[in-house]
Ligand binder design. Structure first.
Ligand code: TRP
Length: 351
């Protein structure tokens, strides 16, 4: 209940900020004024126009995370059905000391994502790092969570990096050559196809360097009656999160999608071992985005997200394919979720 009212009140705040002229943006790019008139984000525009023209229709999930989307996602992590956050946090609190023992003190924690969750403090208190480097594409979220962490860890040097961690990034020079511990919680790796996940893991190995470690959360395959509610909650927060993408298109790309004619669908694709989120039309619709006309007939979907699930061996194979050697793995009593520590080691030429 608390999660819902939190999501609602934040969503309302978002609504106020979007009462802007056409072409205005209400996302992180306009942080200095409430409402900055600017041209639409060209990458967002290109992805949406291409995605609505493709068959099957699909829009990359990264566009979920405007300010309101990020807030709705935060609310999802507090939902009773969304076991991932809760379980991962409990594994981390049970085993943070083991992580610290295996990494040693004084390393630099590099988090892929803005670290707004309760997991980051758990890790930071246990490993006692020499610095913390959060990397996120959303500058505003990054600054907010860095400020919150600075209050909790006043002695810890924090060097936020605004950027896309899908590619190799330069780490701040201030951190020197201290050993690196990458942190990638939340099973975000599962939101990529296996090929993209391997590319990302290799980019992380390049960013962090040989001898670095990576602590990664990966959600496990489990029965659909547990998986589906995690992506289709009773309070409708996940539905609101998914539908926010359409609101965002309307806000930022001068669209007129009839959002009420779409419904949130979450389904298990067993062949691909993934939960899929779609937006399905409840009747025939026609609309324009940035002047381009589109029509979608009743019952067709826009595919918006995948969340791949991995068995224990699958997860370790994925890491090895991405140039990381698993060194330790922890799970909860029910084996719902895995936290894996891996190391970037040179691969021997021969067996
Ligand atoms: N990686 C998480 C997961 O797949 C977070 C996430 C991404 C998510 N997109 C989502 C959760 C959409 C709910 C709905 O669960």
């Amino acid at each position: 209940m608390a999660a819902r009212s939190e999501a609602r009140s934040r969503a309302d705040a978002g609504q106020a900020a979007i009462a802007c002229p056409v072409g205005a943006r209400a996302d992180s790019a306009s942080n200095d004024t409430e409402c900055t008139v600017s041209t639409p984000n060209p990458a967002f525009r290109a992805d949406v126009l291409a995605g609505l023209s493709a068959r099957p229709r699909a829009i990359p999930a990264r566009w979920f995370y405007d300010r309101r989307g990020s807030e709705l996602f935060e609310a999802i992590t507090h939902l009773p059905e969304y076991y991932l956050t809760r379980v991962e946090r409990s594994i981390l609190s049970a085993h943070a000391a083991d992580v610290a023992r295996l990494t040693g003190p004084g390393c630099v924690v590099v988090e892929f994502g803005s670290g707004s969750s309760a997991k980051t403090p758990l890790l930071l208190s246990a490993v006692d790092p020499s610095a913390y480097v959060p990397i996120d594409i959303s500058g505003e979220f990054l600054r907010e969570s860095a400020a919150a962490l600075a209050k909790q860890f006043p002695e810890l040097p924090i060097h936020p990096v605004e950027g896309d961690f899908m590619h190799r990034l330069e780490l701040p020079p201030e951190i020197g050559d201290a050993r690196r511990l990458g942190f990638f919680p939340g099973s975000t790796i599962g939101n990529m196809t296996a090929a993209a996940a391997v590319d990302l893991l290799r980019a992380m190995a390049d960013t962090l360097g040989e001898g670095s470690k990576l602590l990664i959360g990966i959600d496990r395959i489990k029965p659909a009656n547990v998986l589906i509610p995690a992506y289709d909650d009773a309070q409708g927060v996940t539905a609101e999160f998914n539908l926010n993408l359409l609101h965002r298109i309307n806000r930022e790309l001068d669209g007129n999608l009839p959002v009420g004619a779409f419904r949130h669908v979450a389904q298990w694709n067993d062949t691909e071992a993934r939960i899929e989120m779609h937006l399905e039309t409840t009747h025939d619709v026609a609309f324009t985005v940035d002047g381009h006309p589109f029509a979608i007939s009743k019952g067709k979907t826009i595919h918006t997200e995948n969340s791949h699930k991995y068995g224990p061996r699958d997860a370790r194979l994925l890491l090895r394919a991405g140039a990381w050697t698993p060194v330790a793995e922890w799970t909860d009593r029910d084996g719902l979720f895995a936290l894996i520590l891996a190391e970037a080691r040179p691969v021997p030429a021969a067996p």
